[in-house]
Design a protein around this ligand. Structure first.
Ligand code: NAD
Length: 476
């Protein structure tokens, strides 16, 4: 069986503790590989390597650093098929989506490489006649990136590419549920002639290795993508050293369907966004608000569409596959059961299906939901679509959508520009999609409001997360 090693200071290393984490293929329920169960000692070495490498890395020109990002992109492209297979096997991601994640990750490195000649400082007017005020953008130092299991490879790039380009060095801790693709990438990087220590990959539990990295005084920035609970622990840990903290956390995205919506388009987009990666996506439609006037037509169409969703072996490219593990499957089943007891009507699915292997949950539609229900307020992270109807116009729907602890993404389906404008102006979310599925672009800015996070990733603003401003007053 494949046993990955830690990647520290440019070399593959055995961990300090000899325990391993077994990574299960959720579809076959067999162990796909092991990774080191790293501890504080591994974390310490990774941080030391990153800190030692950082001054020389920052002293290179941005264009030179971009060259390394391009090497990373090329490495991914050369191994795109094998990396997609590893990704599919460690998390039951359907084969085409696994391939998209690998290919977009390569593009992401190239995208940020393109910023080398673009990001800039400023010169501002002084009150004094012989003075210039210069604003430099400087790297923060060492960056710690903690990744989730749902888009592990892509999120790794989100934490590595902008940090490296701007002269920071990086320590990455993958999720223990899906670390294999990242560690396979580390093996490929070990064969390349990269500057040592600029990027380090260490595996281990969040409660031990993760806590150590977060509480250390070495990093200048810690960036986590994960659950609200992990975000709360990380922010408590970084409080110790007042370390800059960027959090991309959970979501409970509303999709508003107006009476004038193109219902076929709305259903197609909402269902696609609800079943992609078996519903385990932070930005996807988690609750629907439909105008009562079109509720029956919408429900009929959404029922048919969810019934038609296929699931099975990820290699055969069904619409979706297994949930990540038994815990997630159980959590979804219990939430649906409680919703049903609380008055929701199960219109499609609602069960754990009988399959030979895998942690499947049926594509599910819940009708007659209310705003106060747990299923409308808490993240499900599964292929479950609860529907609430509204009777008092779009203002009511927007108020219901905004009434939420999370504030990551949102969407509206309408053919009326006035409705679209009202939603654009009133929805309180980091992102709003109008007449399309929920999925962000790398040149945008992915950042949650409220408990969905602080700071954000992608585009110009994502780059600036990894820079600090140094103001110099020059009298000459
Ligand atoms: P999780 O919170 O269980 O784990 C995320 C990472 O945090 C893992 O690497 C874990 O080991 C680490 N961790 C846990 N406790 C820690 C601690 N005390 N200190 C340091 N690190 C710790 O999340 P998950 O289950 O991997 O991912 C699913 C969640 O992530 C969902 O809520 C989803 O919405 C969210 N998510 C958000 C985005 C976004 O961009 N906003 C993207 C993907 C996933």
């Amino acid at each position: 069986m494949k046993a990955y090693k830690q990647f520290i200071d440019g070399a593959l290393r055995e961990p300090h503790s000899h325990g391993v984490i077994e990574v299960e293929n959720p579809f076959t329920q067999k162990i796909a590989a092991t990774v080191p169960n790293g501890d504080a000692e591994d974390g310490k070495e990774a941080l030391q390597a990153a800190a030692a490498a950082q001054p020389a890395w920052a002293a290179r020109s941005a264009v030179e650093r971009a060259g390394i990002l391009k090497t990373m992109a090329a490495t991914i492209r050369e191994h795109r098929v094998e990396l997609a297979k590893i990704l599919m096997e460690e998390q039951a991601k359907i084969a085409p989506l696994a391939q998209v994640e690998i290919d977009v990750t390569a593009e992401y490195f190239d995208y940020y490489a393109g910023w080398a000649r673009i990001y800039e400082g400023e010169i501002v007017q002084s009150d004094r006649p012989t003075e210039n005020i210069l604003l430099f953008r400087k790297p923060i130092g060492v960056s710690v990136g903690i990744c989730p299991w749902n888009f592990p490879f892509f999120v790794m790039a989100r934490k590595v590419a902008p940090a490296l380009l701007t002269g920071n060095t990086v320590v990455i801790k993958p999720s223990s549920l899906a670390p294999n693709t990242i560690m396979a990438f580390a093996e490929l990087l070990a064969k390349r002639d990269l500057p040592k220590g600029i990027v380090n990959f260490v595996t281990g539990a969040g409660a031990t290795l993760g806590e150590y990295l977060v509480r250390s005084p070495v990093p200048g920035i810690v960036s986590l993508t994960g659950s609200v609970e992990a975000g709360q622990k990380v922010i408590a840990g970084t409080a110790e050293n007042i370390t800059k903290t960027s959090l991309e956390l959970g979501g409970k995205a509303p999709a508003i369907v107006c009476a004038d919506a193109d219902l076929d388009l709305a259903v197609k987009a909402i269902v696609a966004s609800r079943v992609i990666f078996s519903g385990q996506v932070c930005n996807c439609a988690e609750r629907v608000y439909v105008d009562k006037k079109v509720e029956d037509q919408f429900i009929a169409k959404v029922r048919a569409a969810m019934k038609a969703v296929t699931y099975g072996d990820p290699a055969t490219a069904p619409d979706m596959s297994s949930q990540i593990d038994r815990n997630q499957q159980k959590k979804i089943a219990e939430m649906v059961e409680r919703a049903s007891k609380d008055g929701a009507e199960i219109l499609v699915g609602g069960q754990i299906p009988e399959t030979k292997s895998g942690y499947f949950f049926e594509p599910t539609v819940l009708g007659g939901c209310r705003q106060d229900m747990e299923i409308i307020r808490q993240e499900v992270f599964g292929p479950v679509l609860p529907v609430v109807s509204f009777t008092n116009g779009l203002e009511e729907a927007i108020a219901l959508a905004n009434d939420c602890d999370y504030g990551l993404t949102s969407s509206i389906f309408t053919t009326n520009l006035g409705n679209a404008m009202l939603a654009m102006n009133r929805l309180k979310f980091g992102e709003t999609y109008i007449n399309r599925e929920h999925f962000e672009a790398m040149q945008g800015f992915h950042a949650g409001w409220r408990k969905s996070g602080v700071g954000g990733a992608d585009g110009k603003h994502g780059l600036f997360e990894y820079l600090q401003t140094h103001v110099v007053y020059v009298q000459w």
